[in-house]
Design a binder for this molecule. Structure first.
Ligand SMILES: [Cu+2]
Length: 382
């Protein structure tokens, strides 16, 4: 009911405004003023309104900056992030300086030289000096920013220092993240979505998993065969046959994958560790490798200035070094509940908003202690 009343009230207001405008038009017609005529009074009003808008606009910039500046990210918690922040602050600084100079001038001059019957414009055909200045200055500034940006980017994406990096895989799917550590050998085993089965939720290709997965399939195939032999209804028989052939195809797929994966990779997979939290030792280079099961996700670690797409059927990665532990960041942000987080930054479906993973940065000792407590892949399959 209230909604209906609001709609009726709005319609009445619109009609009233239209009528007032109509009255003005008629009054002008009587006075002999054409609709297209602009009087000095009109220009004066418009000029003052523009100046008022300009003042409010500039004031809103300062008020919003003062009020919401604290919502920006805290200092970078990674080595390369400091450079990204510098580049960002440099660009924003330049933009804000230009904004603070040009906008007040724009609004003031529009007001100062508002239209008046006795004022005519000065005609200047061109001015070489002015044109050179306003072309050269932005061109130089932008070139410097772009070259500096490209240099920073190639430094951020540098792969030359990954020799002793900790290798970790981040696996995205609708709607959660799984983390796989490479284990003692720091070598991740191969993985494929077509190898997912039983407890092997991210499809790690390993003999231990193969044995369990195939054993499970064999039991189900045998059960289905017994069922088939007892079934008299032909429609149900056909259904069971389809189920059996699907399970046999799956078994063949597993066998094909296990037989085409090199022996050393099969072995490397056995000591992998699969968990639901990302623990990182501080001041240690991390080589994050990303995979996705279903659609494109984007692994976003805002505090480390890291983001990388996770694309199904493709391997992407990012190398960085965390420099501030969770504990230190709690002190820095004066927030004892502070936690680092990895978020999905690609709208990937209904529960995208909740696709996040807790990230913990800790000392090497704490990390070693934590990883030692986790179950290795070979053991988790039995
Ligand atoms: Cu996602």
């Amino acid at each position: 009911m209230t909604e209906l009343l609001i709609i009726v009230a709005l319609i009445v207001v619109v009609i009233a405004i239209a009528q007032v405008v109509r009255i003005f038009e008629l009054a002008n017609k009587i006075k002999g003023i054409k609709e297209s005529d602009v009087t000095d009074k009109d220009n004066d009003t418009q000029g003052k309104l523009l100046l008022t808008f300009g003042v409010l606009f500039m004031a809103s910039f300062f008020i919003m900056t003062a009020k919401w500046n604290h919502l920006l990210l805290p200092i970078s918690a990674s080595e390369h992030g400091v450079e990204i922040d510098f580049l960002m602050n440099l660009s924003m600084g330049l933009i804000i300086i230009v904004f603070l100079i040009t906008q007040p001038i724009l609004f003031y001059l529009s007001y100062r030289y508002r239209g008046r019957k006795d004022r005519t414009a000065t005609f200047i055909s061109h001015n070489d000096k002015a044109e050179i200045i306003w072309t050269a200055v932005p061109a130089i500034v932008l070139t410097v920013l772009i070259v500096y940006g490209l240099q920073t980017w190639s430094k951020v994406m540098d792969r030359s220092n990954i020799g002793d990096a900790l290798v970790v895989e981040v696996y995205g799917r609708q709607f959660d993240w799984t983390v796989r550590y490479a284990g003692q050998d720091n070598n991740l085993g191969a993985a494929n979505v077509r190898f997912i089965g039983g407890l092997n939720s991210v499809g790690v290709i390993a003999e231990s998993a193969y044995t369990t997965q195939v054993a499970g399939l064999d039991i189900n195939i045998a059960k289905a065969k017994v069922q088939l032999s007892q079934e008299l209804n032909s429609i149900k028989q056909a259904k069971i046959k389809t189920r059996i052939s699907k399970m046999e195809a799956k078994k063949a797929r597993f066998t094909a994958l296990i037989s085409t994966t090199p022996k050393d990779l099969l072995l490397a997979a056995e000591d992998d560790v699969i968990v639901r939290e990302l623990h990182l030792p501080v001041n240690k280079t991390v080589h994050l490798k990303f995979r996705s099961q279903d659609v494109i996700h984007s692994a976003y670690l805002p505090h480390f200035r890291v983001q990388m797409n996770c694309v199904p059927g493709m391997n992407t990665d990012f190398v960085f070094k965390p420099t501030i532990t969770t504990e230190e960041m709690r002190v820095e942000t004066e927030n004892e509940d502070f936690e680092y987080v990895l978020l999905c930054n690609k709208v990937c479906g209904a529960a995208h908003y909740n696709m996040q993973l807790k990230v913990i940065v800790e000392s090497q000792e704490d990390y070693n202690k934590w990883i030692a407590e986790q179950t290795v892949f070979a053991a988790s399959n039995n």
